[in-house]
Write a protein that binds this ligand. Structure first.
Ligand SMILES: Cc1cc2nc3c(=O)[nH]c(=O)nc-3n(C[C@H](O)[C@H](O)[C@H](O)COP(=O)(O)OP(=O)(O)OC[C@H]3O[C@@H](n4cnc5c(N)ncnc54)[C@H](O)[C@@H]3O)c2cc1C
Length: 427
């Protein structure tokens, strides 16, 4: 964060001094918040952005993890040229990453921090604890963790999956949850260091990248791991072939989310996804990218870590002497497993009610996508509360699966900036 000299007004106030109007508040400083703030600032809007720069990538991912997306699908959106991951690597004399080189999380964190310095400037590390409608009826009142309240013309929610981690009810009874040494169940997002489980028996629940990569890291750290997967088999991504023949490129065109016509279409025109019937959108959301492991992870799991497919946990109970007893149902009938810890790689619930800082009045005014608790959004990512925007995964049920990934930052930042600029002129 840019520092102010003692006695000097913070840089954001200096920059905005003399410009009329209230700021746009961006809540969150991950890929989406940084991209939106960069575009808004370049467009001349007053912006205050809150959160820890790349916070989730520092605190909600285990050390040693890699990104599943390829380098060209991992660019934050800058308002001009020069802000791509490749530019960052070049600027630091680091070799170019290709689609055959998985990106370590720490490279992505350094890229985000470089991007922030170059395109965003001040980011205030405070947490937003409340967003309510302004008493005047126009704009919002935003409260920070140290009690300060500030008025805002518009608010952009860019808090990613924070607060949305999902642990199935059958495992929740093992609570208290969390990463503490004594906890019997935790979610993958609770961990930065899985080596704490060395020498312990861990059941990983889930069949996606998070489950499979956590299992690999646990195994490599010396834990006795087994993975329980509900699906009949584990799916692995195909190794990219940079020399794909022309006919294959036409049959399955490339997209930031992988090859295939459907993925290419939803990435090209996320705004068009809104016009699909709600049921089709939800199907797209759930099915377009089902759980699978990255191609580069396969050798670390397949035949290395025991994986039980078509297996569900039917009951979980704590046993004082032995640990956790899991009753499971699989292809060979009911069985019992005893482990020391259960790691739930069971995804996230897209639920606006779980966004902790939205006031009751704001939540009540939010229209949701039928059949879900995700906000209904316009093609500019504005919710039914004028001036309140949602980005990232919470936008995916309306605007398609690209919003779950960094690849959606460009569409998001451009759309919100265009819309918010018009809104600010009107206010
Ligand atoms: C294990 C895992 C692996 C993933 N791998 C990939 C991948 O390879 N490629 C890809 O494209 N996507 C991947 N994703 C999805 C990824 O989360 C998103 O693409 C990306 O991080 C979304 O960015 P974001 O800005 O929406 O949220 P985040 O990156 O989660 O950033 C959230 C920000 O909000 C801040 N914040 C939270 N609450 C508050 C508050 N109350 N006040 C202020 N600030 C707050 C945090 O400090 C942080 O700055 C992965 C997700 C997970 C869980």
């Amino acid at each position: 964060m840019t520092q102010s000299l003692p006695g000097q007004r913070p840089a954001h106030e200096r920059a905005f001094a003399g410009r009329a109007g209230l700021p746009v508040v961006v809540v969150g400083a991950g890929p989406y918040g940084l991209s939106v703030a960069a575009h808004l600032r370049a467009a001349g809007a007053q912006v205050r952005i809150f959160g820890e720069v790349m916070g989730s990538w520092r605190h909600a991912m285990a050390t040693g993890m890699f990104l599943k997306s390829t380098p060209d699908a991992t660019d934050l959106s800058a308002p001009g040229p020069g802000g791509r991951l490749a530019d960052f690597r070049r600027a630091h004399g680091e070799p170019e990453l290709t689609e055959l080189t998985p990106i370590p999380c720490d490279v992505f964190v350094r890229y985000g921090m470089w991007f922030q310095k170059r395109y965003v400037g001040d980011v205030e590390p405070n947490r937003v604890v409340a967003v309510d409608r302004a008493p005047t009826g126009r704009g919002f009142l935003v409260r920070l963790d140290y009690g300060q309240e500030l008025p805002a013309a518009a608010v952009v929610v860019a808090t990613g999956l924070n607060g949305l981690a999902h642990i199935p009810a059958v495992l929740r009874r093992l609570a208290p949850e969390g990463p503490g040494a004594g906890a019997l169940v935790s979610h993958t997002s609770h961990h930065t260091d899985l080596s704490a489980y060395a020498g312990r028996r861990v059941a990983v629940i889930g069949g996606g990248q998070s489950a499979l990569e956590s299992a690999a890291l646990l195994h490599e750290a010396g834990a006795a791991v087994q993975v329980l997967v509900r699906e009949p088999r584990v799916l692995w991504g195909a190794k990219p072939d940079p020399a794909r023949p022309w006919a294959q490129r036409v049959a399955r065109p490339a997209s930031p989310l992988g090859p295939g016509w459907i993925l290419a279409a939803v990435c090209k025109a996320p705004h068009a996804v809104r016009w699909c019937p709600a049921a089709a959108r939800m199907l797209l959301f759930r099915r377009a990218l089902g759980p699978s492991g990255g191609w580069w992870l396969r050798d670390r799991v397949d035949g290395v870590v025991p994986v039980r497919t078509a297996t569900r946990v039917t009951r979980a109970g704590a046993e004082a002497a032995t640990g956790v007893r899991l009753d499971i149902a699989g292809p060979s009938g009911p069985e019992t497993l005893t482990v020391d810890h259960v790691l739930a790689a069971t995804g996230y619930r897209l639920d606006v009610e779980a966004v902790p800082f939205l006031s009751g009045a704001v939540r009540d005014a939010l229209a949701c996508v039928p059949g879900s608790k995700a906000p209904r959004l316009s093609a500019s990512l504005e919710s039914s509360v004028p001036g309140l925007y949602f980005t990232g995964s919470l936008a995916a049920p309306m605007l398609g699966p690209m919003m779950r990934f960094v690849a959606g930052t460009e569409f998001t930042a451009e759309r919100i900036t265009r819309h918010a600029s018009r809104l600010l002129v009107r206010r």
